[in-house]
Structures are given as structure tokens and as C-alpha cells.
Ligand binder design. Structure first.
Ligand code: BG6
Length: 519
């Protein structure tokens, strides 16, 4: 090892042990990124790791090993990441110096995904790095590759001895959604992962769970005594969950044509938001107990009536339109999309939860691309007052209370209520009480972005922000019959699928529901 290298190592160790999560120090580890030369690595993973490094949140010793089919040296790999970093962050001498320290822990290994010998060579490299850099044999294997490669890679790691754990050292595998394409493929993928790894070694990422405001749903509900007694069918009229995007399909037509909005957004993010809003309080704030409660919600989802899907489901596909004053093409004109595509880019779904708390309360889930604005929020619409003593003075009925959990763009919680207008007469006017995350003063914690959060949790082995397989299967059980009905019968989908101009709030059939959500 060169002197420079050793100095860099020493500097990293001098940063001191990383203390996070109530004083827990992070273990030394090696993170192997399959798809190392790909987009996700350069755009999300390495920047997240670098940010953690700059904020002293990585342990003194760690290795990042990019793996991919491209032939590259360690230096070339570091250079390609550095160029990306400079382009996105802008160069400063200070950033350059800090990058050099960080990059000293980055390595590259060429690897053909289906070649068993390549995994042996990877095991040798990891062992060598452990010996030379005094890292512990704790391994994270991050699959930043197309889903078709998940089984190919997962089945090679076990035989190369890379999935093995000891009493003190661990091996973990991280997969990103989509977890399968439907229920049978999700179960098959899980079987493959389990061939080498046990459930506690598997981390299934849903980046929505790592958003601060999404995590706050449980805090709001269960750390405050005032919400829980009214969080039920007795007081809540309906719940709305909306995740709207301005962007179109971008460069992802290959994936999106097969997925559509139901697989892309509903199977994962939307159902997670629903579960967090609807679940019962777990007895402890621990991953297994939180997962248990979410799973009960998925189990209680009322199947949509197949014979009349249109009652509870509206599908849409964006046509040409205007977004931010710019003309944009319709979905069928996007590169890589079939000109007669029936893939939905918008869905609005009315879902029921068959349990004591929620019986009869509709949950409206809405997500779409090319809508007027990017916005994610949860709306808790309370019932109107049972009797209005102001009826004589007020022509209109009194607006019911509404609690809005803003996730994007504003990270805030607001409660709408009625207040008296100043003056002698009894005039009411709607008022809002707001709590804004960004403007919060004196916050003791560092704000981590979603990828930083999931990487940290994976390093400490906390499953709170990840999917558990039973949840994955139950969410597919709910959606698979709907997908089958739409996909096996073009007539059904033609009936349900309406075009909406890009830049508008979805197809007309969904407008009454959108109005309920304040759109
Ligand atoms: C991803 C979907 O999971 O979430 C994308 O694949 C979508 O299609 C994205 O654009 C939305 O995430 P966010 O965090 O921007 O709301």
C-alpha cells in the first residue's frame, strides 16, 4: 500500500468513530455495487455515500467496490465518478481534497454477471482489501442493475461464499423495486434471494419510506395523544393520498411500458403511504412490529369489484399538452413507446379497508405523470360538525376540518379549521395552522436524503425503512387481479383508460375524486 494511501486511511480514522442513532458506532464494511458503471451509482449511490462521508457519518474504514461488465481500472472508475461529482456539485479546492480522501476507498472489478469465476475473483478482492486496509468482512451487495439480473447475481453470491455470515460479521443484499412483475414473479424472485440469503439479510428498498415526512406519519399519529382517538371511521370522512408528477416517462419507456403507473407507484409507494396512515399502533417502535401492523392493513384491503372495475378505478394516459408553458408530446409519441400503447400513466383508485377502524371510509389513491405540478400529500378529511348552531347566520355549510400531511414540495403538516372573522357579526372564515419542516428551528438532527438514509440503515441492519416479503406478496395479491383483468382484456382497459392532456389533473372521469382532494 502506498504512503499516500496509508495517510488517507489515517485521516479517515482520525475523523473519529461515527456516532449516530443514539451513540451507535457504525461497523467497518465493504459495499459492492453491481451496476457500478451505471446511472444509479453515479447519480444517487456514490453522491449519497460521499455526503455521508463529508458529514462524518461513515466509519473510519470502508470500501466501495463497483462491479460491472465495462473494463476499467480503479483509477478510471474513480475518475469517472469524480467527473460526475464535479459536474453536479461544482468544483472547489476544498471539495476536491475531500473527494480525494473519499475516493481512496473506491475500487472497481470487472465482472460478467453469470460467470462463477468472476465472483470468486470478487471474493478474493474483498479479502485482499480487508487484509490490506484492515476492514472487517461485513458486506453489502447492492443490486443497481435491471431487475432481470437480480436472480442471476443473487444465485452466484452464495456459491462464492459471499452470502456467509459469522457471529460477528454479516452479509446483506439490497434490491430496489420492482420486486417482481406480479404475485408469481415476486414469489419466484424471493425464492431466488432466499437460496443464498435469509430474510434478515435482505433489504428491499422503497425510497418513499426514507422521506422524513413519510417517517413522521407514525410520529404524528402515535407520539401525540390528540390524534389517535379521532383517527377512525367515527370522525374521518375520507382519506386522500396523491403523488402527482410533472415529468413524463423520460428515458424509461422500456421499463414503463411493461410497468405502467400501477406497478411503478401503487404496488410500492402508494400502498406504503396507505399502510402508514391506516395501521394500528405497534406496541414498540421496532421494525418487525411496525411491519406486522402494516401487513395487517394489506391483508384487510378490500378487493376491487372485478365485474365493475370502473366504479373504483380510473386509468389515464397523457396525450400531448403544455407543461410549464412548453409543448410536450403525448405518451404514445415518447421514444420507445408503442404508438397504440395501452399503458396507464395515471390511476385513481378508491380503496376500502375491511376492519373495525376503517369500515366505510374510502381511501382515494391518485398518482400520475405529466400533471400540472409535482406534489405528494396525504389528506385526512374529517366529518362535518354534527349540528351547526350558525345555520341562520351562515348561508353555506361549515367546511369540515382537514389535516394535510405535505410530503412534497412543502414538507409540512397543516390543519384547516374555522375561526371567527374579526368584527361584531358571527362570520366564520377558514384558517390554517401549519408546521413546516424546513423552517423548524433548533433541529438537533442532520437531514439525510432518502438514499443516505437507506444506506445508513442497511449498514446498521435496521429493516424499519424496507419492505418485508409478506408485505410485498400481499400488495401484489391486491393488485394482481386488477392488472390481470386490465391486461388480459384489452376491452376492459380501453373502457377504463382515458386520455388527458399533459399538464392537466388527469382524465375527466377522475375529476370528482380530484375535487375531493382539493385539485
Ligand atoms: C419511482 C418511480 O419509484 O418514484 C418513478 O419509478 C417516479 O416513476 C418516482 O418518478 C417518484 O419519486 P419521488 O421521490 O420523486 O416522488
Amino acid at each position: 500500500m502506498s504512503q499516500d494511501h496509508q495517510n488517507n486511511e489515517r485521516r479517515q480514522q482520525d475523523r473519529g468513530a461515527c456516532f449516530l442513532f443514539g451513540g451507535q458506532s457504525l461497523p467497518a464494511f465493504s459495499l459492492v455495487i453491481f451496476g457500478g458503471s451505471g446511472d444509479l451509482t453515479a447519480r444517487k449511490l456514490v453522491p449519497a455515500l460521499y455526503n455521508l462521508f463529508r458529514h462524518h457519518c461513515l466509519p473510519g474504514r470502508f470500501n466501495i467496490v463497483g462491479c460491472g461488465r465495462s473494463v476499467m481500472t480503479h483509477a478510471e472508475f474513480r475518475r469517472s465518478l469524480a467527473e460526475f461529482d464535479r459536474e453536479t456539485r461544482g468544483a472547489t479546492a476544498e471539495a476536491d481534497e475531500s473527494w480525494e480522501h473519499f475516493a481512496a476507498s473506491i475500487f472497481y472489478q470487472e465482472l460478467s454477471y453469470d460467470d462463477p469465476q468472476a465472483y470468486q475473483r470478487l471474493a478474493e478482492l474483498l479479502n485482499q482489501l480487508d487484509r490490506e486496509r484492515h476492514t472487517a468482512p461485513n458486506r453489502i451487495f447492492y443490486l443497481a442493475v435491471p431487475p432481470a439480473l437480480y436472480p442471476v447475481i443473487a444465485t452466484q453470491l452464495g456459491p462464492a461464499g459471499l452470502a456467509a455470515q459469522t457471529a460477528t460479521n454479516w452479509a446483506r443484499i439490497v434490491v430496489e423495486k420492482p420486486f417482481g412483475h406480479d404475485l408469481p414473479s415476486a414469489t419466484a424472485l424471493d425464492k431466488t434471494l432466499h437460496a443464498g440469503f435469509r430474510e434478515e439479510q435482505i433489504f428491499r428498498i422503497d425510497h418513499y419510506l426514507a422521506k422524513e415526512t413519510v417517517q413522521n406519519i407514525l410520529m404524528l399519529r402515535f407520539a401525540n395523544a390528540i390524534f389517535e382517538p379521532i383517527w377512525n371511521r367515527g370522525f374521518i370522512d375520507y382519506v386522500g393520498i396523491i403523488s402527482a408528477e410533472k415529468l413524463g416517462v423520460e428515458h424509461r419507456a422500456g421499463f414503463y411500458e411493461q410497468a405502467g403507473v400501477l406497478r411503478d407507484m401503487f404496488q410500492n409507494h402508494m400502498l406504503q403511504l396507505l399502510a402508514l396512515t391506516a395501521m394500528e399502533p405497534p406496541s414498540r417502535f421496532e421494525a418487525a412490529q411496525v411491519q406486522d401492523e402494516k401487513v395487517k392493513v394489506f391483508r384487510a384491503l378490500k378487493p376491487l369489484n372485478q365485474a365493475n372495475l370502473g366504479e373504483n378505478l380510473v386509468l389515464g394516459q397523457y396525450g400531448p399538452g403544455t407543461v410549464d408553458g412548453r409543448e410536450v408530446p403525448g405518451y404514445r409519441r415518447e421514444t420507445g413507446v408503442a404508438t397504440d400503447s395501452l399503458t396507464p400513466t395515471f390511476a385513481a383508485m378508491k380503496v376500502g379497508i375491511d376492519n373495525w377502524r376503517w369500515r366505510g371510509v374510502p381511501f382515494y389513491l391518485v398518482s400520475g405523470k405529466r400533471m400540472p405540478a409535482k406534489e405528494t400529500r396525504i389528506i385526512i378529511q374529517f366529518k362535518e360538525v354534527p349540528h351547526s348552531m350558525f345555520r341562520r347566520e351562515l348561508a353555506d355549510s361549515i367546511l369540515a376540518n382537514r389535516l394535510i400531511l405535505g410530503i412534497y414540495p412543502e414538507e409540512k403538516i397543516s390543519l384547516n379549521f374555522q375561526a371567527k372573522s374579526p368584527g361584531t357579526k358571527e362570520y366564520l372564515h377558514p384558517a390554517t395552522m401549519s408546521f413546516n419542516y424546513e423552517r423548524r428551528q433548533g433541529s438537533p438532527g442532520q437531514h439525510y436524503d432518502a438514499y443516505e438514509m437507506v444506506l445508513l440503515d442497511c449498514i446498521i441492519g435496521d429493516h424499519m425503512l424496507f419492505w418485508r416479503q409478506d408485505g410485498v406478496e400481499l400488495s401484489w395479491s391486491f393488485l394482481t387481479p386488477i392488472l390481470q383483468e386490465c391486461e388480459s382484456c384489452p376491452e376492459t382497459v380501453r373502457k377504463l383508460l382515458q386520455t388527458y392532456p399533459a399538464g392537466t389533473p388527469g382524465p375527466e372521469a377522475a375529476h370528482p375524486w380530484m375535487k375531493l382532494l382539493g385539485k
